[in-house]
Design a protein around this ligand. Structure first.
Ligand code: ATP
Length: 550
């Protein structure tokens, strides 16, 4: 079959697709059989297995009985024979092979250590030194497919460790901790990570630096807006970094000026991808997609040009919320992308058009149907407790203060929609003896970093902020999130709420609203599939309104 024709054919042999629960894990599998997802190149042999992934063969993800059931009449999905991706390693164009994929084998959900995931020993040593002992579910699910060169969309709830899920496979191939000791072509940028805010960009850089150590931290450079551009360009020239982390505007700007050479880049990561697809980033993202990992003369994403004009890079898209626009983008920009969730790895092709991955499609998405209830919690940490409390607009800040005392919260992020109102709220809290500060986009980069540092150090108890801080910000100590003004939709609620309860910690989310806004809270509750209980703050305690409950 010619490659172009194969590309379009998804051959389902055997039974139709359905989600299937096996030993508590959800798989996409034909009703009576395991799924094989064959593809890539004709000279590949044998399915991708736990062994081929470098994962111990004794790891069992299903019970014996379930396994027997699964193996009756193996059905296969013949997925497109894809062209192999070419990767530039030390200036030599090598062939980046994607192997036959046995989807079942791709996700070692029972991984007990990083060494089971096929990471190089040096990197594992560093992880241990930094106190990372066991991979989170999403890391265990995502690392093997990325190491096998698959384009992926990673979707998992806030604070579940998605950053390391893509950072570790990159460090396995790039920099001093990588698998082989092949020397690097010093001119090449090998990975570009795009994040929607400076704060998130800087946080990702810190994660890289932590693992690389002081001697090699120059291998990573941040290109975020708000900082001196010529200094960033000079640093690029001088340090010759292998990894770039930045915001779309600054990356696109420096690339357009011809100072950033990313044509032979191997990895392109879009963190908080659903936000990056917003209209405001469109032009910059278009430039990045069109240039990173794309030799000159290459076709535009999704174009049906000859094979040689397609991108060589591996694309990794990440978010807690994946509306259908992300699926569409991944199909267009990626090559047989996989959808990776904490306990689920499936070909993206098998996601039905407009079917929700989670309920948090934009309001224009018509898919907010019955699946919504069952899949909702995937974007929110299960450990969170959600409440709302009603008051008049002029008493909101005072209620925030009482809420902080009632929950005995030490590290609080309170969200408002407009930065102009933040100052007023800070003033009121400080006047009542509560240490507070504001953080928003109108402040300079330096001021923003200083404020965040103080907040992280515990010098400030309440951080009043807007949507700027809703995405990706990782402050593990944050034990309370308050919506002083309602978020615009369930996606925004999920990301705001996700600033607390990170990586299994406990967290409380309180929405302070007016009587006339309660119906919005009820709607959010329905869309998110979580219980948001009515409460009051009396005598220094959070009291659930039992009447409302019934
Ligand atoms: N395997 C691990 N062991 C211990 N801690 C970890 C592990 N993986 C990640 N963490 C820590 O968990 C926290 C949350 O991780 P991270 O910020 O990557 O979450 P996330 O899923 O990207 O969240 P968000 O969706 O909000 O961006 C971080 O402080 C990180 O250092």
């Amino acid at each position: 079959m010619p490659a172009s024709a194969a590309h379009r054919v998804l051959l389902l042999v055997g039974d139709s697709f359905s989600f299937r629960k096996v030993s508590g894990f959800s798989w996409v599998a034909p009703v009576r059989s395991s799924v094989r997802f064959f593809g890539r190149s004709s000279n590949e042999s044998g399915p991708l297995t736990l062994v081929s992934l470098g994962i111990k063969s004794e790891i069992e993800t299903t019970s014996l009985n379930e396994k027997n059931k699964l193996s009756q009449g193996v059905s296969t999905i013949e997925v497109p024979r894809r062209r192999d991706k070419k990767v530039n390693m030390s200036g030599i164009k090598g062939v980046r092979k994607k192997e036959r994929v046995d989807v079942e084998a791709l996700a070692p959900f029972a991984a007990k250590s990083f060494s089971e995931l096929g990471l190089p020993p040096l990197l594992i040593e560093r992880l241990e030194r930094e106190g990372y002992q066991v991979p989170t579910d999403v890391q265990a699910a995502a690392i093997p497919p990325i190491l096998k060169n698959h384009d992926v969309v990673i979707q998992s709830y806030t604070g579940s460790g998605k950053t390391l899920a893509y950072l570790l496979p990159i460090l396995s191939e790039v920099g001093p901790l990588k698998k082989d000791d092949e020397p690097r072509n010093r001119m090449d940028i090998e990975a570009v990570i795009v994040a929607p805010s400076r704060e998130l960009g800087m946080q990702i850089v810190r994660e890289f630096e932590k693992l690389l150590g002081p001697a090699d931290k120059r291998l990573v450079q941040q290109l975020v807006g708000g900082a001196n551009r010529s200094r960033q360009e000079e640093a690029l020239k001088k340090n010759k970094p292998a990894i770039i982390v930045g915001t779309p505007g600054r990356i696109a700007e420096i690339s357009a000026a011809g100072k950033l050479h990313t044509h032979s880049c191997r990895y392109l990561v879009l963190d908080e991808v659903d936000q990056l697809l917003a209209f405001s980033f469109r032009e910059d993202l278009h430039r990045i997609i069109g240039h990173v990992g794309r030799r000159s003369g290459a076709g535009l994403p999704g174009a049906n040009g000859p094979e040689t004009t397609r991108a060589d890079r591996q694309i990794i898209m990440v978010s807690a919320t994946v509306p259908f626009s992300v699926i569409r983008a991944a199909r267009s920009w990626g090559c047989d992308p996989l959808l990776v969730q904490a306990k689920n790895v499936i070909p993206l092709e098998s996601v039905a058009p407009r079917a929700p991955l989670n309920p948090l499609g934009t309001s224009s998405d018509s898919n907010l149907g019955t699946n919504l209830q069952t899949q909702a919690p995937m974007s929110l940490p299960p450990s969170l407790k959600h409440y709302y409390s009603v008051t008049r607009i002029q008493h909101k800040v005072d209620m925030l203060r009482r809420c902080v005392h009632a929950v005995d919260a030490k590290c609080v992020i309170a969200f408002m929609n407009h930065s102009k109102k933040l100052k007023d709220a800070v003033f009121k809290l400080e006047a009542r003896g509560m240490k507070a500060t504001e953080l928003h986009g109108d402040l300079s980069k330096l001021t923003r970093s200083t404020i965040l540092k103080k907040f992280r150090n515990g010098e400030v108890r309440v951080l009043l902020t807007n949507e700027l801080s809703a995405r990706g910000l990782d402050i593990p100590e944050c034990d309370l999130v308050v919506n002083l003004e309602l978020p615009t939709d369930s996606i925004h609620y999920a990301h705001r709420a996700g600033r607390t309860g990170r990586l299994g910690r406990r967290g409380t989310v309180v929405t302070i609203c007016e009587e006339a806004e309660v119906f919005v809270v009820k709607k959010l509750q329905k869309q998110l599939g979580v219980c948001i209980e009515a409460c009051e703050f009396t005598e220094g305690k959070l009291v659930v309104n039992e009447e409302e409950k019934t």
